[in-house]
Design a protein around this ligand. Structure first.
Ligand SMILES: NC(=O)c1ccc[n+]([C@@H]2O[C@H](COP(=O)([O-])OP(=O)(O)OC[C@H]3O[C@@H](n4cnc5c(N)ncnc54)[C@H](OP(=O)(O)O)[C@@H]3O)[C@@H](O)[C@H]2O)c1
Length: 273
C-alpha cells in the first residue's frame, strides 16, 4: 500500500488539485488530516477546507515542510517562481509529482540542490469526474517506489499507465488533448441527427452514451477496435454505409493528423520554456 502513512501536499488547489484530493478521500486512500493544500487564493483555501476538511495554508513552504509527497498543481507560468520559493525546504527523501503541462523533470530538478525524486504525470480533464486517463513518467532520480506512489494517487481519478518521459508529448497529443477531439466528434454526430430532425437533447444523450459504451467495450473486452467494428457491421447494412461516408471524408487520416499536430505543438511549447 504505497500511500500508507504518507502525508500528501498540493501546491495549487485549483480544479485538478481539488479533483485529486476528492479522489483520494472518496477511495479512502488517505485521511483528510494527512492532506495539505496551499494556494495563492484564500477564498479557494476556505472552500477546500470547508468542503473536504483538508489542512490549508497560503504558504507553499509550509506544505513542503509538512508533506512526504508533494504534488505541483499550478499553471506552467508560475512553476518557476514557486519552485524558487520552496527550494530551500525541499528534502531528498520526498517525492515530487508534477502535473504541470510541458515542464520536464529536468527543468524541475534544476531548481533543487539535491537529487530529489520527481515524477511527471499528464492527466486529462475527465479526472475531475474520476474518469481520467493519466500517464506517469519517472524523472532521473525517481525509483520504482516513487512511481508506485504517483500511480496510486492518480488511480483515484482514473486509469494510469507508466510511460517514458520522452513519450509524454504524444500523451499530451492523444489523451491530454483527446477530450476536445471527442467533443468535436460528438458535436458533429449530434448536428447530423439534428439535421435529420431529431431534437438536440435526444441526440446528445444517445451519442454520448454510445461513445461511453463503445469505449467501455474496447477497455473491458480487450478486443481490437477493428474486430468490434466488424462485429456490428452487417454486409450491405446501415453501418457500412455510414463507415463508407467516414472513409470518403478521410476521417482516420484526420485523427492521425490531429494527434501529430498536438504532439508537435507540445514539443514546441516545451522548447520555449
Ligand atoms: N485541468 C486539467 O484538465 C489539466 C490536464 C492536464 C494537465 N493539467 C495541468 O495541471 C496544472 C493545474 O491545472 P488546473 O486546471 O488545476 O489549474 P487551476 O484551476 O488554475 O489551478 C491552479 C491553482 O493554483 C493557484 N496558484 C496560482 N499561483 C500560485 C502560487 N504561486 N502558489 C500557489 N498556488 C498558486 C491558482 O490560483 P489563481 O487561480 O488565483 O491564480 C489556482 O487556484 C496545470 O499546470 C495544467 O497544465 C491540467
Amino acid at each position: 500500500m504505497p500511500l500508507r502513512g504518507q502525508k500528501i501536499g498540493f501546491l495549487g488547489g485549483g480544479a485538478m488539485g481539488e479533483a485529486l484530493v476528492a479522489g483520494l478521500l472518496r477511495n479512502g486512500l488517505v485521511a483528510s488530516s494527512s492532506l495539505y493544500v496551499s494556494d495563492i487564493n484564500p477564498d479557494r483555501l476556505e472552500y477546500l477546507q470547508d468542503k473536504l476538511g483538508v489542512n490549508v495554508t497560503i504558504d507553499n513552504s509550509e506544505v513542503v515542510k509538512a508533506a512526504d509527497i508533494i504534488i505541483l498543481a499550478v499553471k506552467p507560468q508560475v512553476i518557476g517562481p514557486l519552485l524558487k520559493e520552496v527550494s530551500s525546504v525541499v528534502r531528498v527523501e520526498q517525492t515530487f509529482i508534477s502535473i504541470v503541462a510541458g515542464v520536464t523533470t529536468d527543468i524541475i530538478h534544476s531548481f533543487f540542490d539535491d537529487s530529489v525524486p520527481v515524477v511527471r504525470v499528464m492527466p486529462n480533464t475527465p479526472c475531475l469526474l474520476g474518469e481520467g486517463a493519466c500517464a506517469v513518467s519517472a524523472g532521473k532520480y525517481a525509483n520504482e517506489e516513487n512511481v508506485k506512489k504517483a500511480m496510486a494517487i492518480f488511480a483515484a481519478v482514473g486509469k494510469v499507465l507508466a510511460v517514458p518521459e520522452s513519450m509524454l508529448d504524444i500523451v499530451t497529443g492523444l489523451s491530454g488533448s483527446g477530450p476536445a477531439y471527442m467533443y468535436v466528434l460528438l458535436e458533429g454526430f449530434i448536428d447530423g441527427a439534428v439535421r435529420l430532425g431529431m431534437p438536440r437533447d435526444t441526440a446528445r444523450v444517445l451519442i454520448a452514451q454510445t461513445m461511453a459504451g463503445a469505449a467501455k467495450m474496447v477497455l473491458e473486452t480487450g478486443e481490437h477496435p477493428s474486430k468490434l467494428k466488424d462485429m456490428v457491421t452487417t454486409p450491405g447494412g446501415t453501418t457500412i454505409a455510414g463507415l463508407f461516408a467516414l472513409e470518403e471524408g478521410g476521417a482516420r487520416a484526420l485523427m492521425m493528423k490531429a494527434v501529430a499536430a498536438a504532439t508537435d505543438r507540445s514539443r514546441e511549447m516545451s522548447r520555449l520554456k
